[in-house]
Design a protein around this ligand. Sequence first.
Ligand code: ZN
Length: 309
Amino acid sequence: MDKNLYRLLCCPQCKNDLITKPGKFYCKYCKQTYRINGGIPDFSYKINESGMKLSQKKWNEKYRHDAQKNIAGELDFLDRKFFSLVRSQIEKHHRLKKENVFLEIGCGTFYFGRHLAKLGYPVVGIDMSIEALKLAQTVFKQEGIKNYLLVCGNVLDMPFKKNSFDLLYGAGVIEHFPDTFSAVKELRRVLKKGGVAYNTVPYLNIGSLTYRQIWGNIPRLPWLEAAFTFFHTKILGGRHMRFGYELSFTRSYLEKIHRQAGFSGAKTGQFDCELDFDYLKNKFLRRLAIFLAKNSPLFWPMIYVAGKK
Ligand SMILES: [Zn+2]
């Protein structure tokens, strides 16, 4: 952990500077103490919003289970599978320079930050799952990585000062908050002027309205959203919602809320990701599904939105 990066921290509630004490931080305005939990600054004192609580519970369960695995091997696997693919797409919107500070929201075990840190970039990761961050920290320590800061906290109320980051990345994060607009505003706050927020989210299309329903996806469309939320949370009780509450969006909606949140512009498009249709047993159907997901906007699984401050 690079303690120089503590300079970016602030009180998540009032956004004033914190007083650093041994093993904790203190806000004299809110009279609130934030402890350092196993080496990780912990600002997750209150996660009240119900959708987020459900996600937090599911993710902590997943990472507690993952703790029994070979985590470094797991991160190597993710690195090989995703790092170059993701980086090349992000760098079309912001090319990282050496002194740039990178933030990943919902970083999990932070395979992406691990690779960037090894290349020499200062990296910061925030996640609401302390279990995930502890796994990441264990690997970083083993590998002698030092130029990083991991923080446990709420993406809707981040413990970071305004104008802190050059590039912010969220892989499937902002669709997990019902109040997407507040989330986008919060991302803009922590970015420097000219900085870019690059997020990937499920695309609202025929794909999300059909096969994505097995994970309980909720389309962000005025009348459909209420009906799907009722169906998945009240009738089915959220059992099949693998990652908790999850929305899908149209491109125009994402562009609109970024502009409304004060971004100077926002671009959207297809996000090229690894496709997983292993649950389709029929070979022909599987090939068709992969073809459609790659080539037809009606079936693209994920899109990106790159907002420039
Ligand atoms: Zn405060």
